[in-house]
Ligand binder design. Structure first.
Ligand code: NAI
Ligand code: MG
Length: 351
């Protein structure tokens, strides 16, 4: 069954989404050919343009159809030349967040590597190679909040941070497994346990309890504010970081910046229990300022495709893509190339 075909859903989305996703598809097709498997792709039209044309954000029918796939490759949504007609945040909430909640993407996985040839804004970046395991469904992003006395000087706004034992345990277990599988075997918990004491204690308790099951994994703890300092002054101290939804959001943007920018940052929205398809995407958005110009960097989306293959058990094919990206970057340091040229250069190095 190792030659089984991958049943892939493709959501290209808006702005540069279609440009970068079509290049990642070229890479996927070539790797499948080289490694002897097949990929059956089904495109789904979702995003701002789709909403403007049909009034659909993400219907139950579309969700049910998406649920049948092995995985989802996602570009970016949220911008269209007619954007003024799209209510602010509608697409993000009703497409992106809805997908993450409906498919229980409780792991948000963001690897950060400084590839040779990528330029870090840090003068002495060192050897950066870490992964942030961010919680994906809880914390202040769970949607538990509201407004009272709106429009008055006494207005009240709340976003309650939800943290469940179930959610933390599965997150922390995933992070220990990942750390244990890596060479350095180091896991850092990032939180703010001194101030956010209730959630902090729940996180610390599970972290320490599960640590006992992984004696080979070295553990560490940083407050979020200190973590942002270390990420700038000494990023190579990190191997795997586990953290909550909000801290992870902030930390991974900073991680993207220190590793040479948004053109290389990929992420996985992972349902680690495998009841639903996981979704892989570049960290960046739909970049309306450069859409349609064939200048967007497709590398982050190509690296997202590698993560997708790894999730589906195709480690060799994933590594093949990552090696090709590495060689490509090393061969073209700081070069400005068109979107399809970058993909062609990576294709040539696939082996
Ligand atoms: P953005 O990431 O789209 O763009 C920020 C800056 O980075 C822009 O100058 C853009 O040109 C540049 N950039 C982004 N990707 C690039 C690439 N592959 N190659 C070269 N340059 C690139 O973020 P922004 O401008 O805040 O958001 C634009 C739209 O994207 C908004 O509607 C936003 O809601 C949406 N968005 C969607 C996301 C998603 O679908 N996952 C994530 C973030 C934003
Ligand atoms: Mg973000």
């Amino acid at each position: 069954t190792e030659t089984r075909s991958i049943n892939l859903a493709v959501i290209a989305g808006d702005g540069i989404g279609p440009e970068i996703v079509s290049q990642a598809e070229r890479v996927l097709d070539r790797v499948a050919e080289l490694d002897g498997f097949s990929i059956e792709k089904t495109p789904y039209s979702l995003g701002a343009a789709h909403w403007l044309e049909t009034g659909e954000t993400l219907s139950e029918e579309t969700l049910a159809a998406l649920a049948q796939h092995d995985a989802i490759l996602f570009g970016a949504v949220g911008a269209d030349p007619r954007s003024a007609e799209v209510p602010s945040g509608l697409i993000e909430r009703e497409v992106l967040l809805k997908l993450r909640f409906a498919f229980d993407h409780f792991i948000n996985l963001r690897p950060s590597r400084l590839f040779p040839g990528a330029v870090s804004p840090l003068s002495n970046p060192g050897d950066i190679d870490f992964v942030v395991v961010r919680e994906g469904t809880e914390g202040p992003y769970a949607g538990n909040g509201g407004v009272l006395r709106k429009g008055t000087p006494a207005e009240i706004a709340t976003e309650v941070s939800l943290n469940t034992a179930h959610g933390i345990e599965r997150l922390v277990r995933y992070a220990f497994e990942l750390a244990n599988s890596r060479q350095r075997k180091k896991l850092t918990l990032v939180h703010k346990t001194n101030v956010l004491v209730n959630a902090g204690q729940l996180y610390s308790r599970y972290f320490n309890e599960i640590a006992a099951e992984y004696p080979e994994v070295e553990t560490d703890y940083c407050h979020i504010d200190a973590a942002t300092i270390y990420l700038t002054t000494d990023p190579s101290r990190f191997d795997v970081i586990v953290t909550d939804n909000l801290f992870g959001d902030i930390l991974t943007d900073q991680a993207g910046a220190v590793t040479g920018g948004i053109g290389y940052a990929a992420c996985g929205n992972i349902n680690a229990s495998r009841e639903f398809p996981s979704m892989f995407e570049p960290v960046h958005g739909s970049a309306p300022d450069i859409a349609g110009q064939n200048v967007a960097n497709p590398t982050a989306t190509i690296l997202a495709a590698a993560m997708l293959l790894r999730h589906l058990g195709r480690e060799d094919s994933a590594a093949r893509i990552e090696r090709a990206v590495e060689k490509d970057l090393a061969a073209h340091p700081g070069a400005t190339r068109s979107t399809d040229q970058v993909a062609s250069d990576i294709l040539e190095r696939l082996g």
